[in-house]
Design a binder for this molecule. Structure first.
Ligand code: SAH
Length: 401
């Protein structure tokens, strides 16, 4: 059988034969061309606000994904296949290997397929609504070596649970925790509200920029650790923090950016809608020995409106919304709160452009745009933008930085 991933012996560039079928990669061109394409897009869409710095590239743009999700299906002969979800057709495409994923994931998936066959654990069939295993999520941390396998099932029923767990641990001693998550309905690849730990702590820990972060199955966490270090360093440096500055970390996930700010002496309030992520954030503050940070489990727009209503003084607003960008309520409240600096971390360039227009209308000017290549071989571009309140003299901590 022809190899799925082919490496060019001269350049070291890899290409995947599943490119068209899978959809996980969207750019099938040399990495230098991808970077040029992304730089041009950032320039085209964001240079009206501020100078766009050269994109921060990866040294080796492969095997970076530390979050790996797989679907399962049985073929006509009862063999178990794994693959990815084609959103357009609502069907699974069988894929065995992936040049973007951490190399620890594929062998675990391969063992699981064999065990599903041997222990008669049927994959869940989206069309008929029958079967057991909907999908799996594997999270790895290169920094701590911890690996979490989440088995997402349609109901609490998981046949041969103990034998499955035992066999997985035996074949993969590198697995540090195995969790069953129950997701009765919802879109493919989502997690349900209930998790049962089958082995280990039920979460993993990662280290980014010298801080330790616990990650639970349902929490958002960046997928590319090498680039996340660059992204966070750029964002926290941009904030130009002085001791005791008050920082809001909006859309804080597991508290990462806020915790890095608190580590530099700022007083921080984080806000996050996802309950599991917010719980992780509280634990992460404790793990890093920080008392100058607190978290609210609520909608970021409501939180901002409340603080604006109380006339809270805010030095820096760090904001890292999902692809849909910030809500109108959030942006209106930011305008009222009048933080001295805003650091906008964005994974959606269209909504970033929209929100920057709004922020610039409400008295901010952008100082720089820093694109970061978080997702090589895809069209995604992450950007960090520093904004300052226009017409304001530099104050404590902001001068000469
Ligand atoms: N800054 C974090 C998370 C960024 S992803 C990190 O770098 O890891 C965006 C986060 O916003 C997710 O954790 C998501 O759960 C959260 N979120 C989505 N909508 C939200 C809302 N309306 N209010 C607060 N948080 C929200």
């Amino acid at each position: 059988m022809a190899k799925q991933i082919v490496t060019d012996p001269e350049t070291g560039e890899k290409r995947c034969r599943c490119f068209k079928r899978c959809g996980g990669c969207q750019l099938d061109e040399p990495y230098a061309d991808q970077l040029r394409r992304k730089q041009e897009k950032a320039q085209r869409m964001l240079s009206e606000f501020a100078p766009v710095r050269p994109i921060l590239a990866m040294d080796s743009p492969y095997a970076y994904r530390c979050k790996v999700q797989n679907l399962y299906a049985a073929d006509g002969r009862g063999r178990i296949l794994s693959g990815v979800y084609q959103s357009a057709s609502r069907r699974m495409t069988a894929v065995d290997d992936c040049m973007l994923e951490d190399r620890h994931a594929a062998p675990i998936v391969s063992t699981l397929k064999k065990l599903m066959h041997d222990l008669r654990i049927p994959p869940f069939d989206l069309r008929t609504g029958t079967g057991v295993l909907r999908h799996t999520l594997i999270r790895t941390s290169p920094a701590t070596g911890q690996i979490m396998l989440v088995l997402v099932t349609a109901s609490p029923l998981l046949p041969a649970k103990n034998r499955l767990t035992g066999a997985l641990r035996k074949a993969h001693p590198e697995l540090t925790t195995i969790v069953q998550n129950i997701c009765p309905d919802g879109l493919p690849l989502t997690l349900g509200p209930r998790s049962i730990t089958l082995f280990g702590d039920g979460h993993i820990e990662d280290i980014i920029c010298g801080c330790r972060f616990r990650i639970s199955p349902a929490s958002f966490y960046q997928v590319n650790p090498a680039q996340t270090e660059k992204l966070y360093t750029c964002a926290v440096d941009a904030a130009g923090l002085a001791d005791r500055d008050f920082v809001i970390d909006a859309y804080c996930g597991t508290g990462t950016i806020g915790i890095l700010c608190a580590k530099r002496g700022a007083d921080v309030a984080g806000v996050e809608l996802n309950r599991a992520a917010c719980r992780d954030a509280v634990e992460n503050a404790r793990l890093n020995g920080l008392k100058n940070i607190r978290f609210c489990n609520e909608d970021a727009g409501h939180f901002m409106r409340r603080l604006a209503g109380e006339h809270t003084h805010c030095d820096v607003l760090m904001m890292d919304p999902p692809r849909a960008g910030a809500s109108a309520e959030f942006l209106r409240s930011a305008e009222k709160l009048r933080p001295d600096r805003i650091v906008y971390v964005s994974c959606g360039i269209e909504t970033l452009q929209r929100d920057l227009k709004q922020l610039c209308r409400s008295g901010y000017r952008a100082v720089f745009v820093q694109p970061v290549d978080m997702f090589p071989h895809t069209t995604g571009i992450e950007n960090v933008v520093l904004l300052k309140r226009a017409g304001k003299a530099p104050e404590k901590g902001t001068a000469a930085r």
